[in-house]
Ligand binder design. Structure first.
Ligand SMILES: CC(C)(COP(=O)(O)OP(=O)(O)OC[C@H]1O[C@@H](n2cnc3c(N)ncnc32)[C@H](O)[C@@H]1OP(=O)(O)O)[C@@H](O)C(=O)NCCC(=O)NCCS
Length: 118
Protein backbone atom coordinates (compact mmCIF):
# COMPACT_ATOMS: atom_id res chain seq x y z
CA UNK A 1 0.00 0.00 0.00
CA UNK A 2 1.02 3.62 -0.47
CA UNK A 3 1.93 5.60 2.64
CA UNK A 4 2.92 9.25 2.94
CA UNK A 5 6.64 9.91 3.40
CA UNK A 6 7.74 10.98 6.88
CA UNK A 7 11.12 12.26 8.01
CA UNK A 8 11.93 9.04 9.92
CA UNK A 9 11.94 7.30 6.51
CA UNK A 10 14.36 9.79 4.97
CA UNK A 11 17.27 7.37 4.49
CA UNK A 12 15.21 4.68 2.86
CA UNK A 13 13.46 7.26 0.65
CA UNK A 14 16.80 8.69 -0.47
CA UNK A 15 18.06 5.19 -1.22
CA UNK A 16 15.05 4.57 -3.46
CA UNK A 17 15.21 7.99 -5.16
CA UNK A 18 18.89 7.44 -5.93
CA UNK A 19 17.86 4.81 -8.52
CA UNK A 20 16.39 7.59 -10.66
CA UNK A 21 18.82 8.55 -13.45
CA UNK A 22 18.68 12.26 -12.54
CA UNK A 23 19.28 11.67 -8.81
CA UNK A 24 22.74 10.08 -8.96
CA UNK A 25 24.44 13.22 -7.66
CA UNK A 26 24.23 13.38 -3.84
CA UNK A 27 23.72 17.16 -3.77
CA UNK A 28 20.81 16.90 -6.20
CA UNK A 29 19.32 14.05 -4.17
CA UNK A 30 19.53 16.10 -0.97
CA UNK A 31 17.82 19.04 -2.69
CA UNK A 32 15.08 16.72 -3.92
CA UNK A 33 14.38 15.19 -0.51
CA UNK A 34 14.31 18.69 1.00
CA UNK A 35 11.63 19.69 -1.50
CA UNK A 36 9.52 16.69 -0.46
CA UNK A 37 10.01 17.60 3.22
CA UNK A 38 9.43 21.32 3.01
CA UNK A 39 7.45 22.19 -0.10
CA UNK A 40 3.68 21.81 0.26
CA UNK A 41 3.28 21.16 -3.45
CA UNK A 42 5.64 18.17 -3.45
CA UNK A 43 4.24 14.86 -2.18
CA UNK A 44 6.31 11.71 -1.76
CA UNK A 45 4.54 8.38 -1.27
CA UNK A 46 6.20 5.10 -0.36
CA UNK A 47 5.08 1.59 -1.27
CA UNK A 48 4.98 -0.58 1.84
CA UNK A 49 4.40 -4.33 2.01
CA UNK A 50 4.37 -5.89 5.48
CA UNK A 51 7.14 -3.91 7.20
CA UNK A 52 9.23 -3.27 4.11
CA UNK A 53 9.35 -0.10 2.04
CA UNK A 54 9.85 -1.31 -1.54
CA UNK A 55 9.16 1.70 -3.75
CA UNK A 56 8.62 5.43 -3.98
CA UNK A 57 6.54 7.72 -6.14
CA UNK A 58 6.86 11.48 -5.94
CA UNK A 59 4.53 14.05 -7.41
CA UNK A 60 4.56 17.82 -7.76
CA UNK A 61 1.37 19.85 -7.89
CA UNK A 62 2.01 22.48 -10.53
CA UNK A 63 -1.20 24.51 -10.32
CA UNK A 64 -4.90 24.09 -9.58
CA UNK A 65 -5.34 21.35 -12.11
CA UNK A 66 -1.99 19.79 -13.06
CA UNK A 67 0.16 17.26 -11.24
CA UNK A 68 3.50 15.88 -12.48
CA UNK A 69 4.80 12.43 -11.51
CA UNK A 70 8.44 13.36 -10.95
CA UNK A 71 9.91 10.23 -9.41
CA UNK A 72 9.03 6.55 -9.64
CA UNK A 73 11.37 3.91 -8.31
CA UNK A 74 11.32 0.33 -7.00
CA UNK A 75 13.94 -1.56 -5.00
CA UNK A 76 15.90 -3.62 -7.59
CA UNK A 77 15.23 -6.87 -5.68
CA UNK A 78 11.49 -6.34 -6.09
CA UNK A 79 11.18 -5.22 -9.70
CA UNK A 80 9.05 -6.91 -12.36
CA UNK A 81 6.41 -7.83 -9.80
CA UNK A 82 3.97 -5.08 -10.74
CA UNK A 83 4.84 -2.63 -7.93
CA UNK A 84 5.68 0.24 -10.29
CA UNK A 85 2.38 -0.17 -12.14
CA UNK A 86 0.44 -0.46 -8.89
CA UNK A 87 1.98 2.81 -7.68
CA UNK A 88 0.84 4.53 -10.88
CA UNK A 89 -2.67 3.10 -10.42
CA UNK A 90 -2.76 4.35 -6.81
CA UNK A 91 -1.60 7.83 -7.82
CA UNK A 92 -4.49 7.88 -10.29
CA UNK A 93 -6.92 6.73 -7.62
CA UNK A 94 -5.77 9.45 -5.20
CA UNK A 95 -5.33 12.42 -7.52
CA UNK A 96 -7.19 11.98 -10.80
CA UNK A 97 -10.46 13.51 -9.55
CA UNK A 98 -8.73 16.80 -8.90
CA UNK A 99 -5.71 16.90 -11.22
CA UNK A 100 -4.70 16.23 -14.76
CA UNK A 101 -1.79 13.79 -14.21
CA UNK A 102 1.27 14.00 -16.45
CA UNK A 103 4.62 12.19 -16.19
CA UNK A 104 8.02 13.87 -16.03
CA UNK A 105 10.25 13.05 -19.01
CA UNK A 106 12.16 10.27 -17.19
CA UNK A 107 8.93 8.59 -16.07
CA UNK A 108 7.10 8.94 -19.38
CA UNK A 109 7.92 5.64 -21.11
CA UNK A 110 7.04 3.50 -18.09
CA UNK A 111 3.97 5.62 -17.31
CA UNK A 112 2.52 5.21 -20.77
CA UNK A 113 3.12 1.47 -20.69
CA UNK A 114 1.44 1.24 -17.26
CA UNK A 115 -1.56 3.29 -18.37
CA UNK A 116 -2.21 0.85 -21.19
CA UNK A 117 -2.49 -1.89 -18.56
CA UNK A 118 -4.82 0.08 -16.23
C1 LIG B 1 10.80 1.73 -13.75
C2 LIG B 1 10.52 0.94 -12.47
C3 LIG B 1 9.92 1.88 -11.42
C4 LIG B 1 9.50 -0.16 -12.77
O1 LIG B 1 9.10 -0.80 -11.56
P1 LIG B 1 8.57 -2.32 -11.54
O2 LIG B 1 7.92 -2.54 -10.23
O3 LIG B 1 9.66 -3.23 -11.94
O4 LIG B 1 7.47 -2.24 -12.70
P2 LIG B 1 6.36 -3.33 -13.08
O5 LIG B 1 6.69 -4.64 -12.44
O6 LIG B 1 5.03 -2.75 -12.80
O7 LIG B 1 6.54 -3.39 -14.66
C5 LIG B 1 7.65 -4.03 -15.22
C6 LIG B 1 7.65 -3.81 -16.74
O8 LIG B 1 8.03 -2.45 -17.02
C7 LIG B 1 9.14 -2.45 -17.92
N1 LIG B 1 9.96 -1.27 -17.68
C8 LIG B 1 10.88 -1.07 -16.72
N2 LIG B 1 11.42 0.16 -16.83
C9 LIG B 1 10.84 0.74 -17.90
C10 LIG B 1 10.98 2.00 -18.52
N3 LIG B 1 11.87 2.92 -18.08
N4 LIG B 1 10.22 2.27 -19.59
C11 LIG B 1 9.31 1.37 -20.06
N5 LIG B 1 9.13 0.15 -19.50
C12 LIG B 1 9.89 -0.15 -18.44
C13 LIG B 1 9.83 -3.77 -17.61
O9 LIG B 1 10.65 -4.15 -18.68
C14 LIG B 1 8.63 -4.70 -17.43
O10 LIG B 1 8.11 -5.01 -18.69
P3 LIG B 1 7.28 -6.39 -18.98
O11 LIG B 1 6.09 -6.37 -18.08
O12 LIG B 1 6.91 -6.27 -20.43
O13 LIG B 1 8.23 -7.49 -18.67
C15 LIG B 1 11.80 0.27 -11.94
O14 LIG B 1 12.40 -0.46 -12.99
C16 LIG B 1 12.83 1.26 -11.39
O15 LIG B 1 12.78 1.58 -10.20
N6 LIG B 1 13.79 1.72 -12.24
C17 LIG B 1 14.82 2.64 -11.76
C18 LIG B 1 14.25 4.00 -11.53
C19 LIG B 1 13.94 4.69 -12.85
O16 LIG B 1 14.69 4.61 -13.81
N7 LIG B 1 12.80 5.41 -12.87
C20 LIG B 1 12.44 6.13 -14.09
C21 LIG B 1 11.52 5.31 -14.97
S1 LIG B 1 9.88 5.20 -14.21
Amino acid sequence: MLIRFKRNLEKIAMGLLSFMPEEKDVKKLQETIREYEENDGWHLHLWKEDDDVLGAVGVQIMNDNQLVIKHLTVNPSHRDQGIGSRMIAEIHRIYSDKYNIVPAESVKAFYEKSLDAL
